[in-house]
Ligand binder design. Structure first.
Ligand SMILES: [Fe+2]
Ligand SMILES: [Fe+2]
Length: 225
């Protein structure tokens, strides 16, 4: 059966979408349905991040920083394609309210100065690493599916680099402590959006209350040298 392919999770229309090879999902139906709720949330973040890093690269006066930011934008597009490939093999889902809130969240991340934006990105990408680590915890349903786990682990690895780069750009250019409040607010907002999918996390054996608490606090030292 050929299913209609959703070309964008939130922001990606006209962004040069290329179809990814669908991956071999072996999750039980219940777990596949739960993951289907989360993939658009992650995908929305990837699309927003690709646009954000392209914009940051275009406006950065330092050619080395601009090149690094551009390379990240490219990685975010790869993540987006990987998640589309995954979504194709999961039960169809609309999750309209979730997408709407995710979209609003990502638009808000870009408000203010470039450094404010980078500080929020460092905080949010660190949060995404936490989310992926919970999903990938040994013994969890996702960890038991080699193809899905491999893909999410690859995204997590890239995200740890994105945290390092955005953090170091902030710290090279300013005292990061002045951005801790906005970064913390972005983590709180991320936690609120993520909790709209609390049931899906629970189905995937991730404790939503603990996840909420961890996402809602800024990792100590994230914006300090
Ligand atoms: Fe990403
Ligand atoms: Fe990222």
């Amino acid at each position: 059966m050929i299913r209609a392919v959703r070309k964008t999770f939130c922001f990606g229309a006209g962004q040069g979408f290329a179809r990814a090879s669908p991956i071999d999902v072996r999750l039980a139906d219940r777990h596949a349905s739960a993951l289907a709720m989360l993939v658009p949330l992650l995908g929305c973040g990837e699309e927003a991040a690709a646009i954000a890093f392209d914009g940051l690269a275009a406006s950065d006066g330092d050619p080395a920083a601009a090149a690094a930011l551009k390379a990240i934008a490219e990685e975010e597009r790869i993540h987006d394609r990987l998640l589309h490939g995954l979504a194709e093999r999961l039960p169809p889902t609309t999750a309209t309210a979730l997408r709407r809130e995710a979209r609003r969240f990502h638009i808000d991340l870009g408000r203010g100065s470039t450094l404010t934006h980078l500080a929020r990105i460092a905080a949010i990408d660190a949060g995404v690493c936490t989310i992926l680590s919970r999903l990938l915890r040994p013994g969890s349903p996702v960890a038991g599916d080699q193809a899905v786990a491999g893909m999410l682990a690859r995204i997590r690895l890239d995200e740890t680099r994105h945290v390092r780069l955005s953090r170091s750009l902030v710290l090279m250019r300013a005292d990061g402590r002045q951005f801790e409040d906005v970064a913390h607010a972005a983590r709180e907002a991320l936690a609120n959006v993520i909790m709209l999918a609390a049931d899906a996390f629970e189905d995937l054996v991730v404790d939503p209350a603990r996840l909420r608490a961890d996402l809602g606090s800024l990792p100590q030292g994230l914006l300090r040298s």
